[in-house]
Design a protein around this ligand. Sequence first.
Ligand code: UN1
Length: 501
Amino acid sequence: MRQSAGNSATAGGFNRSARSLRHLVAGQWRTGGGADLLDVNPAWPHETVAVGQLAEDCDLDSAVAAAQDAFPRWAATPHHVRGPILDRAADILDTRAEEWGTELSWEEGKTRVEGVGEVRRAAEILRYYASEASRPVGEVFASPRPGEQIQVIHRPVGVVAVVTPFNFPVAIPAWKIAPALSYGNTVVWKPASLVPLLAVRLAEALVEAGLPEGVLSLLIGNGTLGGQLVEHPGVDAVTFTGSTSVGRRLIATCGHLARPVQTEMGGKNAAVVLADADLELAVGEVLAGALRSAGQKCTATSRLVVQESVADEFLALLTKRAAALRVGDPLEEGTEMGPVVSLQARDEIQRSVDAARERLGVEILTGGRRYDDDRMTGAFLRPTVVELAGDDPLWREELFGPVLSVRRAPDVQEAFRLANDSEFGLSAAVFTDDLRAMAAAMEHVDVGVLHINSETAGADPHVPFGGARQSAYGPKEQGRAAREFFTRTKTVYVRPSGAPR
Ligand code: UN1
């Protein structure tokens, strides 16, 4: 095992022996009967993080049957029982945040600080939905008929299939699973097979917190299993976060089945730096948005539009800081950017940058080359900033890596036009203190999440999250918006028998 080079300064006492992966089916922890699964450290791909087997078709059937069976009891469980289970799971995540956050960083590649932060964030999400369980559950309307009242009540949907990506192995599952459970649904969850260990941890927290048997099942599998889960006749609704191409296939499947679906898909999010912006602040936020988690967020800043009059100054600052960023083992103290999730992802992103280098109008301002250092043989990429003279595939394709494409705009109007020049519309950031420009951004920048003077990434659990155009489909996530997806309304006309007819 070539694990030790450069690893000596990792979090004290962290046990690096390979973990065992388990599935949770009908309240039982099982080893799967499918193909072998090897979960490796993207920074040192010869090091095994966890081993196990993929789930099999029969596990899927048992999990869905258990979820169907558990549904009426769970839906009838009072909120003051459901809520505290989520609260207890949050406490468990908080207590183990250091350990599980380190495992997250080891498995996925984001820095340890980000890994621990993500586990705490998942706890915060669980707490929000624990309290959401006790919020009002409907509305009462007046009726045109004397003595009658019309109630609109929200009922859980049933069995929810949850399909989650690798990039937030705990936070994204939490903000799907927590509202599903809080509103009385049962869940069958298929996480990304690249980050199964943290999925096991979240399921462990929920089981330890007292979640009854069958209410949540966890099946570790590949895309084929995900497809089978989405189409399973026992599933009532599907929530997915991942790529736009998979999301669109899934939307088609669910459309055909008339099955409610919520998808959170790609992004090509722009930061717009206007001439009056605080450039120091903007540089820090743009770098954070582009390079935290090595750019692997659907909300990452992958495009930058800078107003011509400050472009030279801003780009000089930006490239200097990007080039100086400490890239390395994410478990090492002081590392600012770890690897991307796998060697395959690294190679695909690198190929896109290499192909772009050959095109006219593409200038690589910093990065763009592979590391040749033998401590950097893992899935590392250099922070890369590329200036484009005009349109280019780099401007359009979601690379999901630490690559920022830049264009200049002569004025505010053109800057916003360029920000909107994408099939995606998840988030954007505008850096300015000019009230007119802010108002124009609110009106014209066509995204689901707009940040003024802060990075494109980040989301709070109590407000809606989701994008426009090819970035999302179906009801948004989080906040009260989540209720729209995880419940169904029922309109009830209540007329006492003695009321006038
Ligand atoms: C964030 O910006 O902190 O897959 C959250 C993603 C999004 C979540 C982003 N669904 O990156």
